[in-house]
Design a protein around this ligand. Structure first.
Ligand code: ADP
Ligand code: GLC
Length: 480
């Protein structure tokens, strides 16, 4: 079975968030399940070339008057093959794949990702010098959403579209639709047209054979008005062809082998966690004290993640015996407020604005708790990493957070299922309550150790999720 996995980011080559983690781990897990899978992504200027072997061209094709070249390479350390779609709007722009230095989306994003989609379709149709043809194309998020619509009706590969975040839809005006050279037959309500605009996301949903999203609960949530962003109707129409599969934990996230943390550790020898904790406290300028609870947060500083609420909760707790460490980048207003809060409370609150892979691993290891008060969360990876690292997740009961974290109370502690703290109704007092509740758990060593170990022993291996995707691929091929 040949599968082409199309994505706009992939760890370790280029990453802005969880999509990269998934694209870095899922294809590898699928290839371990004997699937012949190759990944295709844009050839960005900031792609980390040190992780790939030398590239060879499989030719150039003219698409909408533009020359698009595809390079073929493999990931060093694995046999996974990668195609890189080359065009100056990718390869001549440094920085974030989606936005310029002013933090605004690149004005020509629909053109860039439209071109990417057409290049994927041209590759599948054999227009490049490549003798490999996918039976299935697996597309991800709006940047790949035109692919299912553009595949020709005759002899087309089956395709699956995975929604990682319905909030980013790739909605553009009608002039853009015309400029992208799309057939008018696609400008209709049961195609790309979305309230007078065009939507890449809608295209992916409507034209794919199967839609998946990254947790079972989110698969249900997006069928409602509240979480459906106007697409709940088309999502409901998918019926049985909409499924939720929880993401897994990549091999890079294991405290027993993680080379980015200060000392490795595992359930049977936890000392490394506390060595890492005090070193991280020192690194961040916080008082080095193994006993003071350290609550960490890593993420995009945007409303989705509830960072505005978290900031208010931290402000209210700043005089308690609790340390907070936050790593993130995002909206300027949140970056500025966080920096101010840290400057005013240097012994309690540490903030690092920026993207820092190593610090992210060190914080996961150092923290006693990871607070993730997301308003919505398709899956969320940091709560999974936290479980594995013995860092108690404090989360809002939504999406993948609801599917992976079990609230700790007498009943669940006795049953051996408790692994975190869960907020049912999200607001600032609820976050304050949850953090205080965590501290009370932390102070009862016996219970705390149980909760911590339950988390560390939770299995969220990619191979299990990959097995679910494989089932979908097999079912699609049978239909073929
Ligand atoms: P999302 O994809 O919505 O941003 P996820 O929880 O699925 O959220 O994944 C986020 C990923 O990005 C995690 O691997 C997290 O550690 C990483 N990450 C987010 N912000 C940063 C940052 N500032 N520095 C390093 N890693 C980050
Ligand atoms: C998105 C979601 C996040 C999910 C990630 C990977 O960015 O916001 O919840 O974990 O994709 O699927």
């Amino acid at each position: 079975m040949n599968v082409l996995f199309a994505t706009s980011e992939m760890f370790p080559l280029i990453k802005t968030g969880g999509l990269a983690d998934v694209s870095g781990a899922l294809p590898q897990a699928l290839s371990n399940l004997e699937i012949n899978i190759k990944v295709i992504l844009p050839n960005y200027a900031d792609l980390k070339n040190e992780y790939i072997a030398s590239k060879s061209s499989i030719g150039k094709v003219e698409i909408l008057g533009q020359n698009v070249e595809i390079f073929k390479t493999t990931l060093i350390n694995s046999k996974l093959e990668i195609y890189l779609v080359d065009h100056p709007t990718f390869s001549a722009r440094k920085g974030n794949p989606y936005m310029g230095p002013d933090k605004n989306p690149w004005h020509d994003n629909p053109d860039r990702f439209g071109l990417f989609c057409r290049a994927v379709v041209a590759l599948a149709a054999g227009e490049f010098n490549e003798n490999w043809h996918p039976d299935i194309i697996h597309t991800n998020d709006w940047q790949t959403g035109l692919i299912p619509a553009l595949l020709s009706e005759s002899d087309k590969p089956k395709n699956i579209f995975t929604i990682h975040n319905l909030a980013y839809q790739g909605v553009f005006d009608r002039q853009t639709f015309e400029r992208l050279g799309l057939p008018w037959s696609l400008w209709r309500d049961n195609a790309l047209e979305y309230w007078g605009n065009m939507s890449f996301m809608k295209s992916g949903i409507v034209f794919s054979d199967t839609v998946t999203t990254v947790s079972p609960t989110y698969a249900e949530e997006i069928k409602t008005k509240e979480y459906g962003y106007g697409l709940d109707g088309v999502l409901n129409n998918k019926g049985e062809n909409l499924k939720g599969i929880l993401n897994g934990i990549g091999e890079d996230w294991n405290p027993a082998t993680d080379h980015l943390i200060d000392e490795n550790y595992a359930p049977e020898h936890m000392a490394g966690k506390y060595i890492t904790k005090t070193r991280v406290q020192k690194h961040l300028g916080l008082p080095e004290n193994e006993k003071t609870p350290l609550i960490v947060h890593i993420g995009r500083l945007v409303e989705q993640k509830g960072i505005d609420l978290l900031i208010q909760a931290i402000e209210a707790l700043k005089d308690e015996n609790i340390q907070f460490a936050i790593l993130g980048t995002g909206e300027n207003r949140f970056e500025q407020t966080l920096n101010k809060l840290a400057a005013q409370n240097p012994h309690k609150i540490a903030v690092h604005i920026g993207y820092d892979e190593k610090l992210a691993h060190r914080l996961e290891a150092a923290g006693d708790a990871f607070v993730m008060p997301s308003r919505f969360e398709p899956c969320g990876l940091n709560q999974l990493y936290s479980l594995k690292y013995g860092t108690i997740p404090i989360v809002h009961r939504v999406g993948g957070l609801a599917d992976s974290v079990t609230h700790s109370n007498e009943e669940t502690i006795t049953a051996g299922t408790a692994n975190g703290v869960v907020i049912d109704y999200l607001d600032v007092p609820a976050i304050i309550w949850a953090i205080n509740y965590f501290v009370s758990l932390y102070e009862n060593k016996e219970n705390f150790n149980k909760i911590q170990l339950n988390g560390m022993n939770t299995q969220h291996e990619w191979i299990v999720s990959a097995g679910e995707y494989k089932k979908i691929y097999l079912a699609l091929l049978q239909e073929h």
